[in-house]
Design a protein around this ligand. Structure first.
Ligand SMILES: NC(=O)C1=CN([C@@H]2O[C@H](COP(=O)(O)OP(=O)(O)OC[C@H]3O[C@@H](n4cnc5c(N)ncnc54)[C@H](OP(=O)(O)O)[C@@H]3O)[C@@H](O)[C@H]2O)C=CC1
Ligand SMILES: O=C(O)C1=N[C@H](C(=O)O)C[C@H](O)C1
Length: 237
């Protein structure tokens, strides 16, 4: 496959290694400095675009790809205020759009475990909260993964109405603490506390390989499918 990389930072570079190892070619590596190079590519030059840029630029990049007729796999977090607009344009253009807040298989198993635990905890006297830890370069907080975990808990538990980013806190809301430390690739801890005990589940990424492999597998899967897709469509877990 001919892959266009939109965003050539930590993730773009890891994705490139995995994509090339799997026999794909990279037709462009776009970042801020060479954005104009995208205009030189025709619709037929790209089989799929993989977008890992920044919260401020993702929306514009997605729209660009949809208008150009390129299937797009997006992993950038922090732009979901525009999600409805993206989905509407994807539909209008009969385009192909894939989004996941986290592409690693381990985290997607963890999403399931999180929902199962939330269902089990429903009705018991525990206060839920979450901590996410990432490297100091991360621009958005809380992480996209933490938001997906929170959405799972909110849907499964009757007494949780939404989430708040610490130090904000409110009765009936799940508090998310976002820590930024060194070069941590991504750690998520879901916690239930009572007067007498604490129950915790956690996922710790050791590097970015799992995220990048998932994005490449999604890019192999997407072309030829029309609509808006996510990891539940791709994974049979
Ligand atoms: N869904 C998932 O599984 C994962 C998601 N992520 C998310 O992916 C995103 C990128 O992460 P990461 O690679 O670590 O970040 P980096 O900062 O390392 O890389 C981002 C890259 O995007 C480029 N960029 C910025 N603006 C634009 C633009 N307008 N057009 C094209 N490229 C642009 C930057 O260019 P320049 O250097 O010139 O500024 C940089 O090369 C983040 O939102 C992160 O949260 C990360 C890991 C996993
Ligand atoms: O910025 C990162 O690095 C990561 N971002 C994603 C997120 O916001 O959840 C996924 C992963 O945790 C790494």
């Amino acid at each position: 496959m001919r892959i266009l990389l939109l965003g050539y930072g930590k993730m773009g570079k890891t994705i490139e290694q995995i994509a090339v190892d799997r026999g794909h070619s990279i037709v462009g590596k776009i970042d801020v400095q060479n954005r104009a190079d995208m205009d030189k590519l025709q619709t037929a030059d790209v089989d799929v675009a993989i977008e890992f840029s920044s919260p401020e630029s993702a929306f514009e990049n997605i729209i660009y790809c949809l208008k150009k007729g390129w299937p797009i796999v997006c992993g950038t977090t922090g732009w979901l205020d525009h999600r409805a607009e993206v989905e509407a344009l994807c539909k209008a253009q009969s385009g192909s759009f894939f989004y996941a807040s986290n592409y690693s298989i381990g985290v997607n198993l963890f999403f399931r475990l999180n929902r199962m635990l939330a269902r089990l905890m429903n009705g018991h006297e525990y206060q839920s909260s979450m901590t996410e830890v990432h490297h100091i370069h991360k621009l958005d907080a809380p992480s996209g993964t933490a938001i997906t975990l929170a959405e799972g808990i909110i849907e499964e538990m009757g007494n949780v109405d939404g989430w708040k980013l610490a130090p904000e806190n409110e009765e009936g809301y799940l508090q998310i603490l976002a820590e930024r430390r060194g070069e941590v690739p991504g750690t998520h801890i879901v916690r239930y506390e009572s007067e007498v005990d604490t129950i915790e589940i956690s996922h710790t990424a050791h590097n970015r390989q799992g995220f990048a492999l998932g994005a490449v597998v999604a890019a192999e899967w997407l072309p030829g499918k029309f609509g808006v897709f996510g990891m539940n469509d791709l994974l049979k877990i």
